[in-house]
Design a protein around this ligand. Sequence first.
Ligand SMILES: Cc1cc2nc3c(=O)[nH]c(=O)nc-3n(C[C@H](O)[C@H](O)[C@H](O)COP(=O)(O)OP(=O)(O)OC[C@H]3O[C@@H](n4cnc5c(N)ncnc54)[C@H](O)[C@@H]3O)c2cc1C
Length: 374
Amino acid sequence: MAETTDVAIIGGGAAGCAVAYYLAQSGIKSTIIEREGLGNQASGYAAGGLNPLTGVGIPGPLGTFAWECFQLHMDLYPSLKDQSGIDYQTRKVGKFDLALEESEVAGLRETVELFQGIPGFEGRWLEPAEIAELEPRVSPNVLGGMYDFGNAAVDSHGFTNAMAAAAEKMGASIRVGNVRTLESKGGKVDRVVLADGEISCGQVVMAMGPWSRRAESWLGVYIPVDPLKGEIIRLEKNGEPFKHDIAGGGGTIYPKLDGLNWCGTTEDWKGFDREPSEQVAREIRELVVRLVPDLADAKIAKHTACLRPVTPDWLPVLGRAPGWDNVYLATGAGKKGILLAPGIGRSVADLITTGETALAIQGYSPERFATELD
Ligand SMILES: Cc1cc2nc3c(=O)[nH]c(=O)nc-3n(C[C@H](O)[C@H](O)[C@H](O)COP(=O)(O)OP(=O)(O)OC[C@H]3O[C@@H](n4cnc5c(N)ncnc54)[C@H](O)[C@@H]3O)c2cc1C
């Protein structure tokens, strides 16, 4: 029998699964098409930080949307956990951003202010003695640091799968398959062509993460999303557990609920290379040992590498594809795709169901790149 769906969602990362979830909430059945397993790319191996107050474009063009997404995450967790049966462990975290050089002190002291006066958040400067008291394993060479509390963290693989599982319970389908192209009639895509079949559809959502450019030739639309490789080494616990995330000098240590200290994260433009590199593992180790010297001996339990979907302006690409009546883009979330996923899902589902959304995605339209086609 011919396969058919109301909405075909290409890509089962955080973006695609979130669109399926919010469509299902509106009573629309979708099919998530994924070739390598749900949340098995960046969406499964991200550090899982939900940091709405800092990062590229914050404060700035990503600020309002990042904050909306953070609120969606906080509201969603209890119900999504119950609905899906997956506890993806959303929790608030405290973090130290440490100064290793005198030149870093002023910038960190300024960043403290971003966390002050915001309900649920706090930020203050810590002197070296306070740091030593709170995290005795931190290097005695640090010059002080910023403490912030209020950001959150999730298990990103669990979160992505929770979205998909809840959507499935509400009527969505998951289809294992590799999409090869799209077929269309009169400005509308009516079929998704896979390596092993075809699916007729009413609408299509392109949520292909760093592989989004593949759809440029299918749609004749410029989709400038490029892969930014990131690696994380997970170190076995080798002493007292850390109570805070600890960052500084380009390295970060995330003590995770799996008992491991996730350390990273790197940023390399290396095309679609997804191989973990031993050289990079050594570099990450050197960075985190400057923060906590006794991590020098901790054994690597796991080493992962995956790709972030990044646009030229570091903002997501959300909305209807130029020139198409029934094709939507949900991609380009860059370094913040776990934080942004609920907002991506909700806004794209809103556009499909009502043609508008209350979320602040005005600056992220695919149209902003349309001139590049000329
Ligand atoms: C090291 C690292 C740390 C990170 N830390 C954080 C963090 O702390 N907080 C945060 O918010 N974000 C973080 N991110 C970013 C976040 O992981 C990404 O922005 C997010 O996962 C992107 O989700 P996505 O669904 O757009 O893409 P992906 O997760 O890449 O999903 C796209 C999916 O599409 C599928 N696909 C592509 N083409 C096809 C096709 N033709 N047919 C079928 N399937 C297809 C792929 O197999 C893939 O599963 C981090 C990323 C990295 C690499």
